[in-house]
Structures are given as structure tokens and as C-alpha cells.
Design a protein around this ligand. Structure first.
Ligand code: FPP
Ligand code: MG
Length: 451
């Protein structure tokens, strides 16, 4: 079993220390941590120093203890990709291992979107959050989590690999990804697996989304639906969800399972909301107070839920204290909303070549997103076009012109910036570290991205 290096008061647990299964390294580390934090935080007790919250005090104490760990001075930006670059290099390899199937065609279709490098934004955030919360206060460790490996099945292999009839040559292979690289010592194997699970769920949703949207390209190549047809693309997406569920179960954490299963339901709820542009079911809708909140609720379910709940799950797996879990969740929720708002803005402002997928696709699909909704507020003539989903000759061109001569794009950018700022504020109490600087930089990158 692998433990993380904890350098406190001269005590060193090597990342390669073999800890017997009767000793829980987490308990060991948390005892160490809480003793030291208690000792140190006395110096910072609110009765002695005003305006320092217990969370802030514990954070300062933790910073003192973990002096040896890399930190970036506040305000200095770092490259998030560099911080977890080595981890990401193995991410695709591990995901491909999790997706192995004895059926050659299924194997090919399931792994299709792992060929080209995506942005890996979701796993990147989970990995950075894992590192950043490793330094933050932990909850009191009451019960020892099982020491079983994340690759160890819960059910016996004879049941998991059973077949009907039992001579079936396509017997399921076990979904296992062995970690044969020296990963970052501040990322737990369960958090690394969580990062892979987020990418599996996201990729499954893209496989389905491309069928729904009748897409022709994805990540600058042919989309899976075009390459293999709708049936195979949908089935491959289902297969990814199946493998993600197995991996999730093997984390042996019911709260994390509940969170990520809810994400899958949220993705579908978001897509259902997106089938309508507004909560009004009329051919000539009017802009109301409810218009933007309907859009933001859909946006949360469709995009931000995966980011918020996986950031929360990452903090939970690292045994973060309740306020750390809430901060991670709030960071993810706000960044997720900013990310989709920018996505919807880029659909109006960037060329298809830059995006790696057709630009202006939202109007073509009949979707009224933030830039158009903000334009609609001051241009009521957009109502009938929204109602008929821009399906009449000239509707798309007219809508685009109105958006460009309105403040819709600027308002979208300003709202995205507000959410990005809130994401930064959410983790302000985390101890300074490279990972925290990386999370802050992700907010900046989200605002500046062109694809
Ligand atoms: C991309 O949106 C799609 C999503 C963010 C979610 C899609 C969700 C589903 C299809 C529900 C089914 C979910 C699962 C897990 C199977 P977009 O079309 O705005 O972006 P794009 O331009 O990249 O296609
Ligand atoms: Mg799409």
C-alpha cells in the first residue's frame, strides 16, 4: 500500500513506505496532522488573534507544518498542466485500460474519443483539487476506510466474468488499470481514479451528445456517430458509463458514488431542459425574470454539476474537513458555470477552425444561449425566433446580427467573469500551494480560452 510523504516535526512517511494492511495510513497521517494542527493552531486561537477564523488558523498551522511542500506566493501564476502533467500523461493510458473489451469493435468504438487529446479539464481539476486539499484541514477520522485496492473487485471474478452461455468468447475482462508510475505523493490512488471516472462520464456524454446534435466533428476529427453510426456511438457511451460505475463502486465510498451517480442523472436532466429554450411552452415567448435562471439551471445540470460534484468528491476522498469540502464544491460550481458561459460565448465569437468544431452551431441546433438571451432582453423581436427555434429561412442570420449589435456577448463575458471570481474566492482560505495557484490559474485560463 502506498502512503504520501508527510513531513512533520521530523517524521517522514515515505511515499514508497509499505504499510501493512492492519495499519491505516490515513489514520496515521490524520493523527499526525491533527495533533500538529492542534498544537500549532493554539498560537492562532481567535482569543489571541482577532479576525482569524478557526479554518484560517488551522490553515496557517498546516502551512507551517507542511513548509517542505511546494507553494506559490499569492498572486504568482503557475501552469496547471505542468503541476499535474506527469499524472495526465498516464490518464489516457489508464482510461484505455479501464475501457478494454473482449469485443473488438466495441473496444475500438469505446476508445475512439481517447485517441485525440482532449482538454482533460475535469480530471485536471480533480487532480489539482486533490493536491490543494491535501494541505487543508481534515475532518476527524472516525472510521478506517477499507484498505482494499481500487482495482480489487467487490464481487468474485467468477460472477463478474460469467457468461451465458458459459462458452461465450467475449467474456468481460476485468476493468483494471495498474499504476506502474510514481505518481504525485499528494494525490491518493482513489483521487487519481476519480479523475479518470470524470473523464469517462464526460466522454460518455459526448458520445451521446454527438448523436443528439448530429455532429460531424469532435476534437478536430470525425465524430463517433459519423464514423461508426448512431447505434454504436450510443452503445459505446453506455459502455463507458458501465465501466465508470464499476470503477466508482471500487472506490468503496458510498458518498462519492452517490455524488457521481447524481452527476449522470443531472447531465440527462440538463439535456432535457435544453430541449426547450425557456420554461414557457409557447410559440411567441417573452423575456422574463425567469429566462436567465432557466438557462443557468440548465447550464449547471449540463456542465457545472460534473465539475462541482467531482471537486467535492475529491475533497471527500482526501478526508477534507467540512469547510474544505464546501469550498471545493463551490469552486467547482462557479468555475463550471463560467466554463459553459464562455463556451456559449465562443460559439458566437470564434471561427470553427479555432474551435475544432463548427462555430455558430447553437443557433443551427435551435438553441438560445446566454449571448442571445441577453440580446433578447432589449430586442423583443427575437421572441418568435426563439419560439420556433430559428427554423425559418433567415432566422439564424437575423438572430446573429441582433446578438452582434447588442451587448449580449459582453454581458455573457461579464457574468462568466463573476463566476470565475467567485470560484477564486471560494478557495481563498486554502493554504498557499502550487496546486492552489493552479486552480486559480484555471479560472483565468477559462476566461481567456479560445477553444
Ligand atoms: C456538450 O454540450 C454536452 C454535454 C455537456 C452534456 C451532454 C449530456 C447528455 C447527452 C446526456 C447523457 C449523459 C450521459 C452521461 C450519457 P454541447 O452540445 O453544448 O457542446 P459541444 O459543442 O461540445 O457538442
Ligand atoms: Mg453538442
Amino acid at each position: 500500500m502506498k502512503a504520501r510523504t508527510v513531513s512533520a516535526s521530523g517524521l517522514q512517511l515515505s511515499s514508497r513506505t509499505a504499510v501493512s494492511s492492519s495499519i491505516c495510513w490515513q489514520c496515521l497521517r490524520n493523527d499526525l496532522f491533527s495533533n500538529q494542527v492542534q498544537l500549532q493552531s493554539r498560537k492562532y486561537h481567535p482569543s489571541r488573534r482577532r479576525n482569524v477564523s478557526p479554518f484560517g488558523a488551522a490553515v496557517s498551522a498546516a502551512q507551517t507544518i507542511f513548509k517542505g511542500l511546494p507553494s506559490a506566493p499569492p498572486g504568482v501564476s503557475v501552469d496547471p498542466l505542468r503541476i499535474v502533467g506527469k499524472e495526465l500523461k498516464f490518464l489516457t493510458k489508464n482510461i484505455r485500460q479501464l475501457l478494454g473489451s473482449g469485443h473488438p469493435t466495441l473496444d475500438k468504438v469505446a476508445k475512439y474519443y481517447t485517441r485525440s487529446e482532449g482538454k482533460h479539464m475535469r480530471p485536471l481539476l480533480v487532480l489539482l483539487m486533490s493536491q490543494a486539499t491535501a494541505l487543508a484541514p481534515r475532518r476527524k477520522h472516525t472510521d478506517c476506510k477499507t484498505s482494499a485496492s481500487i482495482d480489487e473487485s467487490i464481487t468474485s471474478h467468477s460472477v463478474l466474468a460469467d457468461t451465458n452461455p458459459d462458452t461465450n468468447p467475449l467474456a468481460a475482462r476485468s476493468a483494471e488499470a495498474k499504476y506502474d508510475f510514481e505518481g504525485d505523493e499528494n494525490i491518493l490512488p482513489s483521487q487519481r481514479r476519480l479523475a479518470e471516472i470524470t473523464e469517462l462520464i464526460h466522454t460518455a456524454s459526448l458520445l451521446h451528445d454527438d448523436v443528439i446534435d448530429n455532429a460531424v466533428t469532435r476534437r478536430s476529427s470525425s465524430s463517433a456517430n459519423l464514423q461508426f453510426g448512431n447505434k454504436m456511438a450510443v452503445l459505446a457511451g453506455d459502455f463507458l458509463l458501465g465501466r465508470a460505475s464499476v470503477a466508482l463502486a471500487r472506490l468503496r465510498d458510498p458518498e462519492v458514488t452517490e455524488l457521481l451517480a447524481t452527476v449522470i442523472a443531472n447531465l440527462v436532466e440538463g439535456e432535457f431542459m435544453q430541449l426547450k429554450n425557456t420554461s414557457q411552452d409557447e410559440s411567441n415567448p417573452v423575456f422574463t425574470d425567469d429566462t436567465i435562471s432557466y438557462y443557468l439551471q440548465k447550464t449547471y445540470l449540463k456542465t457545472a454539476s460534473l465539475i462541482s460534484k467531482s471537486c467535492r468528491a475529491s475533497a471527500l476522498l482526501g478526508d477534507g474537513a467540512p469547510e474544505v469540502v464546501e469550498a471545493a464544491y463551490s469552486y467547482g460550481r462557479n468555475l463550471g458555470l463560467a466554463f459553459q458561459l464562455v463556451d456559449d460565448m465562443l460559439d458566437y465569437t470564434v471561427s470553427g477552425t479555432e474551435l475544432g468544431k463548427p462555430a455558430g452551431a447553437d443557433l443551427e441546433l435551435g438553441l438560445a444561449t446566454a449571448p442571445l438571451l441577453f440580446a433578447w432582453k432589449t430586442n423583443p423581436e427575437l421572441g418568435p425566433l426563439v419560439g420556433r427555434k430559428f427554423n425559418q429561412e433567415g432566422d439564424i442570420q437575423r438572430a446573429r446580427e441582433i446578438v452582434h449589435r447588442s451587448d449580449g456577448v459582453e454581458k455573457t463575458r461579464a457574468l462568466a467573469q463573476e463566476y470565475a471570481d467567485r470560484a477564486v474566492a471560494a478557495i481563498s482560505q486554502f493554504p498557499d500551494s502550487e496546486a492552489k495557484a493552479g486552480l486559480i490559474e484555471m479560472c483565468d485560463k477559462t476566461m481567456k480560452r479560445r477553444k
